[in-house]
Design a protein around this ligand. Structure first.
Ligand SMILES: N[C@@H]1[C@@H](O)[C@H](O)[C@@H](COP(=O)(O)O)O[C@@H]1O
Length: 252
């Protein structure tokens, strides 16, 4: 695991964007696992900026998102589908039908999970971009005694609904359920980029990266993956202790 700590948000954004765009440049059929939330917004901006500056086409790229709220239409203002379109997809020359999110309106949620897993099985992720929730959730895999490997519908914890209420007009509008890729699918990605910003994430970052590996902190399972790069701002990384063995801490 490599951990890089950045003093400036824009440097973190550019670094992450360059990792993603390098995969897009080098692979014949790149498959990107993407995330939502406030954390990746600057990274997507930097991806678009670098792609435009270097004339990098995304025409051959396939994307899979981690999650989607159950019950929200793709064009609903708070749906992750809309978020991805606004922040990334509409700014790139992605091919039609090459971007995938679970369908929040699927009539048969179980069939939708199977459909998503079947596609993922055929197109393994070259990279998965991840944020982390304050309780250690990745995607919408909430802390629990047991975690799911595959795509499933999850009942969101109240703390997660509260944290995401800032994107909605009223807290009650935050859906109670969401589709999420399972932890197994996330860990199958060839490379994982975990990003966290802000002092409010410092404690969970420390727990996830230097605490015990436990399903009660889903992000701690990333310690078992061979190719994880963690990008933190100075505040999110302030509680980490350099132990010199489990990871390499690079300060930029
Ligand atoms: N489902 C998303 C996650 O994919 C995201 O990583 C996390 C952190 O969000 P933020 O980046 O806004 O802090 O919470 C949300 O609930």
């Amino acid at each position: 695991m490599i951990i890089k700590r950045f003093d400036r948000q824009e440097e973190l954004d550019r670094y992450a964007a360059h990792l993603i765009n390098t995969i897009v440049r080098e692979k014949q059929h790149p498959v990107l696992g993407l995330a939502t939330g406030s954390t990746p917004v600057g990274i997507y901006k930097a991806v678009i900026e670098e792609a435009s500056r270097t004339k990098l086409s995304f025409g051959h790229v396939t994307t899979y998102n981690l999650d989607e709220y159950v019950g929200l239409a793709p064009d609903h203002e708070q749906s992750y589908s809309r978020y991805m379109n606004d922040h990334l997809f509409k700014h790139l020359d992605l091919g039609k039908g090459n971007t995938h999110l679970p369908d929040g309106l699927a009539a048969d949620p179980e069939a939708e999970c199977r459909r998503y897993d079947e596609m993922l099985a055929q197109q393994p992720l070259d990279v998965q971009l991840l944020g982390v929730g304050h309780n250690g959730h990745i995607g919408f895999n909430e802390p629990d005694a047991q975690l799911h490997g595959r795509t499933h519908v999850v009942k969101l914890k109240e703390e997660t609904r509260k944290a995401n209420a800032r994107f909605f007009d009223q807290a009650e509008q935050v859906p109670e359920f969401a589709f999420t890729m399972g932890v197994g699918s996330i860990l199958k990605a060839k490379m994982i980029i975990l990003v966290a910003r802000g002092g409010d994430k410092a404690a969970i970052v420390k727990k996830a990266l230097q605490g015990p590996i436990t399903t009660e902190c889903p992000a701690s399972l990333l310690q078992t993956h061979a190719n994880v790069i963690v990008l933190l701002d100075a505040d999110a990384g302030r509680d980490l202790i350099e132990d010199g063995t489990r990871f390499q801490l690079v300060h930029s």
